[in-house]
Design a protein. Structure first.
Ligand code: NAD
Ligand code: MG
Length: 364
């Protein structure tokens, strides 16, 4: 049996679940045993991932469920919408699949978020399993129970908190991931160091080349430690009343870059990477961290092949974009800042200081 790791995500009311991480998990019978019993399972995937992995998963699931269907959605963030969601519901209803049907989300964060939302709402809730196939989905989106689709007026604006039954992160699926997507996922891995674990940050610095070369042992450690940190935070603050916000380090400026350039221009992880460099600089300007920290983080992010220079959108435009951030309160823009290596908190930052940082990095 291939070696695998399990991280448990602690939640009340019988909702705790396991994240299994390892090579070969897709083909291992044990990955799919002990899930809720049902007459049917439905694999939800997209037209890029399904041709590579859906039949393999289907064969394994047929050992457990009498019937296993595959619903293939169009690939891409632009299809994370009502129309795609409805294709899932159309299938479930047309086939008269009952409220015990188990959904399997096979793909990246887009498929995972949509399948989770479908599971949360089909007949007021059916069980679902996350089978993340991007690094970003394995370290971030498949864990924690946020599900959503986009609205033309805002990203992830329609959704629900709804936890999966299990997460199966097969590291072998990352073999087919494009380099640019791998690096974007690494941005979220790097994020966990400064906010929660100084030793993990050092480990990433020492093992970045192995990660970029997709060394399985290195990836296994990176995914496991990232999931442990996310599980710990979500276990304490499932619905983002407070602490969970620290997972948004780099995201305030990151979101401004993404929406300012138009979604799809920079990948989410690329924008977050650059946003972390600027948030590090703000942490320094507020007197929380030494200037060395900004340089340290910039060096790591650059080595990961991620952008460190923000697009020149102008200070006013950045401020305008950041004021719509979900963390903004009473007009003040709030940032997740680093208070010590491995510790983060939310801080309101005066506009003048934000513009100083933007200017220093060529964004204003
Ligand atoms: P994605 O799902 O669009 O995947 C990126 C690309 O890689 C897609 O073209 C996809 O089809 C392809 N792909 C997936 N697996 C592959 C594989 N194994 N081999 C080759 N190609 C593969 O993007 P993503 O970065 O995984 O996720 C981004 C989404 O996740 C966004 O919609 C974001 O809002 C969401 N998200 C959600 C949470 C959460 O907590 N729910 C957290 C972070 C991000
Ligand atoms: Mg993110």
């Amino acid at each position: 049996m291939p070696a695998s790791d399990t991280v448990r995500i602690p939640l009340p009311d019988d909702r705790a679940y396991d994240i299994r991480i390892g090579s070969g998990l897709l083909d291992e019978a044990a990955s799919w045993q002990g899930l809720p019993k049902a007459a049917a399972a439905v694999i939800v995937s997209n037209d890029r991932v399904a041709p590579m992995y859906a039949q393999r998963l289907r064969e394994r699931l047929l050992a457990v469920y009498a019937r296993v269907d595959v619903v293939e959605l169009p690939d891409g963030e632009q299809h994370k919408d009502w129309a795609s969601l409805n294709r899932v519901f159309d299938h479930l209803l047309a086939q008269a699949l009952d409220r015990k049907t188990v959904l399997f989300a096979l793909g990246g964060g887009v498929v995972g978020d949509m399948t989770g939302f479908a599971a949360a709402t089909y007949m007021r809730g059916v069980p679902f399993v996350q089978v993340p196939t991007t690094l970003l989905a394995q370290v971030d989106s498949s864990v924690g129970g946020k599900t959503a689709i986009n609205h033309p007026l805002g990203k992830n604006m329609l959704g629900a908190f709804y936890q999966p039954e299990r997460v199966i992160a097969d590291l072998d699926t990352l073999d087919t991931l494009p380099d640019r997507e791998l690096r974007a996922g690494l941005a979220e891995v790097i994020k966990y160091g400064p906010i929660a674990d100084a030793d993990f940050l050092s480990w990433i610095e020492g093992n970045l080349d192995a990660l970029l070369a997709r060394d399985k042992a290195a990836l296994a450690h990176a995914v496991r430690r990232s999931c442990e940190i996310k599980a710990d935070v979500v276990g304490q603050d499932e619905k983002e009343q407070g602490l969970r916000a620290i997972l948004n380090f780099g995201h305030t400026i990151g979101h401004a870059i993404e929406s300012g350039l138009g979604y799809g221009e920079w990948l989410h992880g690329e924008a977050v990477a650059c946003g972390m460099v600027l948030a590090a600089d703000l942490s320094h300007r507020l007197g929380l961290m030494p200037a060395d920290f900004t340089a340290q983080l910039r060096t790591l992010i650059e080595r990961a092949g991620l952008p460190v220079v923000p697009p020149r959108l102008g200070g006013d435009r950045y401020l305008q974009l950041m004021r719509v951030d979900k963390k903004a309160e009473a007009g003040a823009i709030r940032f997740v800042l680093i208070e010590a290596l491995g510790q983060a908190g939310l801080h309101a930052v005066p506009d003048a200081l934000i513009v100083e940082t933007l200017t220093a990095h060529g964004a204003a």
